[in-house]
Design a protein around this ligand. Structure first.
Ligand SMILES: *[C@@H]1O[C@H](CO)[C@@H](O)[C@H](O)[C@H]1NC(C)=O
Ligand SMILES: *[C@@H]1O[C@H](CO)[C@@H](O)[C@H](O)[C@H]1NC(C)=O
Ligand SMILES: *[C@@H]1O[C@H](CO)[C@@H](O)[C@H](O)[C@H]1NC(C)=O
Ligand SMILES: *[C@@H]1O[C@H](CO)[C@@H](O)[C@H](O)[C@H]1NC(C)=O
Ligand SMILES: *[C@@H]1O[C@H](CO)[C@@H](O)[C@H](O)[C@H]1NC(C)=O
Ligand SMILES: *[C@@H]1O[C@H](CO)[C@@H](O)[C@H](O)[C@H]1NC(C)=O
Ligand SMILES: *[C@@H]1O[C@H](CO)[C@@H](O)[C@H](O)[C@H]1NC(C)=O
Ligand SMILES: *[C@@H]1O[C@H](CO)[C@@H](O)[C@H](O)[C@H]1NC(C)=O
Ligand SMILES: *[C@@H]1O[C@H](CO)[C@@H](O)[C@H](O)[C@H]1NC(C)=O
Ligand SMILES: *[C@@H]1O[C@H](CO)[C@@H](O)[C@H](O)[C@H]1NC(C)=O
Ligand SMILES: *[C@@H]1O[C@H](CO)[C@@H](O)[C@H](O)[C@H]1NC(C)=O
Ligand SMILES: *[C@@H]1O[C@H](CO)[C@@H](O)[C@H](O)[C@H]1NC(C)=O
Length: 593
């Protein structure tokens, strides 16, 4: 203690520095996470293999936040290849810089870390994160992402007695690198080796079908209680039927919006989709119960091993689950059952979501559509000697420089704003075509699936209204059957093979946003594009500036510097922040005078 005056001054500084954020961001608290992404040896299906773990866990830890929180996630790449983490369903308002896909971010190189920072503005719900590059999701790296309601906004059901997260997905014992090589060689991936539930293989419900020694998932519950199950299909390409023996699933939320609560015995969950179910433990616990996720829309007698089985264990259970699994849905004489289930999922228009006013009060059905996009999906084709998947005849390749970064530095030729709004009768090609979308537009997008497999489509940065879904070809006449009142708003929708799905999107979020097939193989083969939305006016709704720690690559590689010691950047484009900086400056001047 050389100078008591100086130390008093510094104490004063510290108090000020500590107080400033709480004064300035009091309404929007921060949550901090560190995600270390690395390889781990695990045997989900009884065969040792390399999986991708997060903080040495597989699946990764939950990111738990509340509406409007500022989320700071430092992602460490301990893999041997590039990495980007993406946040499926998180809208990143005006901030596609944090979206974690190649069209918006340069990759995080091996042995490097990069800090994402974004606000979960006006959102609630159940989502997940996953690595977006190089087929890595097929080896894991995923984890749940929850946005809780603020305390002042009630949820539209009694507070559940507990939250249970269930991540289901098809699984191969081959690594993501082996699967990638197969696709590069033009091969089909074939039938998955199984379905995993929370990173674990099936319970041995049948000694012929399930080998001995596989570790399975057990969900522990108490009799009489009601739990919120958040179920996510984080798999590669298989739609899964989810059901629990002797228990009903009350559907309550999907991808950020509360649904009309409905009672199901089983629900189809397509790749990339998330649901919350309320499940009451109302059985007599004469035994444990099976939790099942079985392959759907395939020949089930051939695909028997592609079934995930976990155990629901009551604290007063009298013994293990035995006997056959609960029956899968039998659609033999009713091909429209899965479609009817899908369109029965509707929004609770009187339930509050992130804001006190009911989320459904936005009368989308009476807004005029400004543009229609018909996006046609066909089976993969050979282009220039490689197998590629297309949207409207275009198989997308990512620009070397992310789109908005290229714009900012006036790098030409990285992409073209010429994605066609209708399928064109021309030779399929590999291109960098992006949708030139109009800010504040209200667009109708029709996904027409002429492929032979079920597909699901996801749009980053947005929720969309799923207003129609049917078999056959979409025509103008199909509009007469749209749901114009209580269509569910979500971010990932299924598109039946030989059918179509129509969605409405209100283009109020500036930036560049990925539109992609969630089926990992189709996405890898080029079934994606981006939508670029720029606000032509400087009215405070423009895009945020690139973060201070922005990574450079491609044509801007030379700007790249080692940022390992740079501070976490603060949110920008915020007048509140400028005000706070002014206050800080004023405080400093006062101190020094
Ligand atoms: C998330 O945080 C809330 C409140 O901070 C807590 O009640 C809840 O149990 C947490 N959920 C999980 C899954 O960690
Ligand atoms: C990497 O992590 C360090 C330590 O937490 C942090 O100070 C730094 O900002 C991070 N780097 C980037 C680019 O986010
Ligand atoms: C819809 O939300 C309201 C408001 O929270 C709730 O009272 C009601 O039970 C919900 N209705 C259905 C059918 O889910
Ligand atoms: C186990 O599965 C096989 C093949 O489907 C079936 O033939 C057999 O009956 C099953 N065993 C039991 C005990 O259910
Ligand atoms: C769900 O439906 C079943 C059968 O119709 C019924 O027994 C059960 O009480 C229902 N559950 C709820 C919560 O409505
Ligand atoms: C428990 O319920 C099952 C039917 O769900 C019934 O067969 C069984 O006898 C019941 N056991 C007891 C101990 O009540
Ligand atoms: C399913 O596969 C079995 C075994 O190969 C075959 O006998 C059956 O015809 C197939 N069913 C359908 C509907 O293709
Ligand atoms: C499906 O239902 C039909 C009609 O009830 C029946 O004939 C058929 O055997 C069932 N299939 C299976 C796999 O249970
Ligand atoms: C929608 O379009 C119709 C017909 O073009 C027009 O009469 C109506 O005023 C428009 N509505 C709105 C809200 O712009
Ligand atoms: C095939 O590759 C050649 C040379 O790279 C290129 O000029 C041509 O446009 C490509 N054709 C298609 C259909 O992409
Ligand atoms: C993109 O759309 C805007 C209007 O929304 C238009 O001004 C611009 O010229 C378009 N750009 C291209 C390359 O078509
Ligand atoms: C694909 O389109 C063709 C021509 O319109 C049609 O004949 C065929 O049935 C369609 N196939 C699927 C799976 O939709």
């Amino acid at each position: 203690m050389a100078d008591p005056g100086l130390s008093r001054f510094c104490l004063f500084c510290l108090v000020h520095i500590a107080l400033l954020p709480s004064l300035c961001f009091a309404a929007d608290p921060y949550v901090f996470y560190d995600l270390h992404v690395s390889y781990l040896t695990a045997s989900p299906l009884g065969v040792p293999q390399q999986v991708i773990a997060v903080n040495e866990r597989f699946p990764g830890p939950v990111i738990n936040s509340t509406t409007n929180n500022n989320v700071v996630v430092n992602v460490w790449n301990d893999l041997d290849e590039d990495l980007l983490m993406t946040w499926s369903g998180i809208q990143m308002r005006r901030n596609s810089w944090q979206d974690g896909v190649l069209g918006t971010n340069c990759p995080i190189h091996p042995k490097k870390n990069w800090t994402y920072q974004f606000q979960v503005k006006d959102q609630i719900g159940s989502f997940f994160y996953f690595p977006s590059l190089k087929f890595q999701r097929a080896s894991g790296g995923f984890g749940p992402f929850i946005i809780n309601n603020r305390n002042i906004i009630p949820i539209p059901f009694a507070q559940p007695d507990g939250d249970i997260i269930i991540m289901i997905g098809d699984w191969y014992t081959r690594s993501h690198k082996a699967l990638r090589s197969a696709l590069d060689a033009g091969q089909d991936l074939g039938m998955p080796d199984g379905v995993i539930i929370n990173g674990k293989g099936p319970y041995r419900y049948n000694t012929t079908l399930v080998p001995d020694g596989i570790e399975y998932e057990t969900i522990h519950v108490d009799p009489g209680k009601t739990y919120r199950l958040r179920v996510h299909n984080v798999g590669i390409s298989t739609s899964l039927n989810f059901r629990i023996q002797n228990h009903f699933l009350i559907l309550a939320e999907t991808e950020g919006h509360y649904t009309v609560q409905q009672n199901f015995t089983d629900v189809d969950i397509h790749v990339g989709q998330s649901y919350s179910f309320l499940v009451t433990m109302d059985q007599n616990a004469s035994s444990d119960y099976y939790i099942v996720a079985s392959a759907r829309f395939v020949n089930e007698s051939l695909w028997q091993r592609v079934t995930g089985v976990a155990v629901l264990h009551y604290s007063n259970s009298k013994g293990p689950a035995t006997g056959p699994l609960p029956d899968p849905p039998n659609d033999t004489y009713d091909k429209s059952r899965p479609l009817n289930q899908a369109v029965s999922i509707r929004q609770n228009v009187s339930a509050s979501g992130a804001r006190p006013n009911p989320q459904g009060s936005f009368h989308y059905g009476s807004i005029n559509v400004t543009e229609t996009y018909v996006i046609k999906i066909v089976p993969p084709v050979q282009i220039n000697g490689t197998l590629r998947a297309t949207l409207n005849g275009i198989s997308f390749v990512n620009p070397n420089t992310p789109i908005r970064l290229a714009d900012q530095y006036k790098v030409k030729g990285e992409y073209k704003l010429d994605f066609p709004s209708r399928p064109l009768n021309r030779t399929p090609r590999i291109d960098r075509s992006v949708i030139n979308a109009t800010y504040k537009g209200f667009i109708e997008v029709i996904f027409q699936n002429n492929d032979t497999v079920m597909q699901s489509f996801h749009v980053d940065g947005y929720s969309f209204f799923v207003i129609g879904m049917d078999f056959g070809d979409w025509t103008e006449e199909s509009r007469n059957r749209y749901n114009k009142w209580d269509a569910i708003s979500r971010c990932t929708t299924q598109v039946f093979p030989g059918g179509w799905t129509a969605v409405l999107v209100s283009l109020d979020n500036v930036g560049t946003w990925n539109i992609r097939a969630e089926n990992l193989d189709r996405w890898y083969l080029g079934q994606e594009t981006y939508m670029k939305i720029v606000n032509p006016e400087e009215n405070g709704e423009t895009e945020m500036a690139a973060p201070e720690n922005v990574l450079y690559c491609g044509a801007l590689q030379q700007l790249s510097k080692d940022l390992t010691n740079s501070a976490v950047s603060l949110p920008r484009g915020s007048s509140k922040l400028s005000f706070c900086l002014l206050v800080a400056f004023y405080a400093m001047i006062t101190l020094f005078s």
